[in-house]
Design a protein around this ligand. Structure first.
Ligand code: SF4
Length: 120
């Protein structure tokens, strides 16, 4: 994809996330999800860096209303392993890249944007 757009994605500017995720998701939402009865859940982590992204993400998703369930103001940051354990207990298998020890599952563990916390 970077070759197609002639730009090497990095942790500051990642055209991949716009072209591979945001645009297709937005097109699907436009076609299938009425903003009047649909919430957009965004799974960013409860880190200072990710919390700083919330206003822009919420603004970009308008007219849909957004929720950030991992970033509650009164909730302490939860360790990823705790979240994965909770998912397993609910019968949800974590994405495969966690098993060999990757900090995230984004793009096969090779996300250009992932921080040490592994969020993208
Ligand atoms: S997960 Fe990372 S590499 Fe993959 S599309 Fe998103 S920003 Fe790009």
């Amino acid at each position: 994809m970077f070759r197609d757009v002639r730009f090497l994605g990095n942790d500051r500017l990642a055209p991949c996330t716009r072209l591979l995720k945001q645009i297709p998701c937005r097109e699907w939402m436009d076609a299938h999800a009425d903003p009047a009865d649909t919430l957009v859940y965004v799974g960013i982590e409860n880190t200072r860096r990710d919390r700083a992204r919330i206003p822009a993400i919420a603004r970009n998703w308008k007219p849909w209303v957004t929720r950030f369930p991992l970033c509650g103001k009164r909730e302490p940051a939860r360790a990823k392993e705790d979240l994965l354990t909770e998912a397993r207990a609910l019968g949800v298998a974590p994405p495969r890249m966690y098993e060999p020890g990757f900090g995230h599952n984004n793009c096969g563990g090779a996300c250009v944007r992932a921080s040490a916390s592994g969020s993208a």
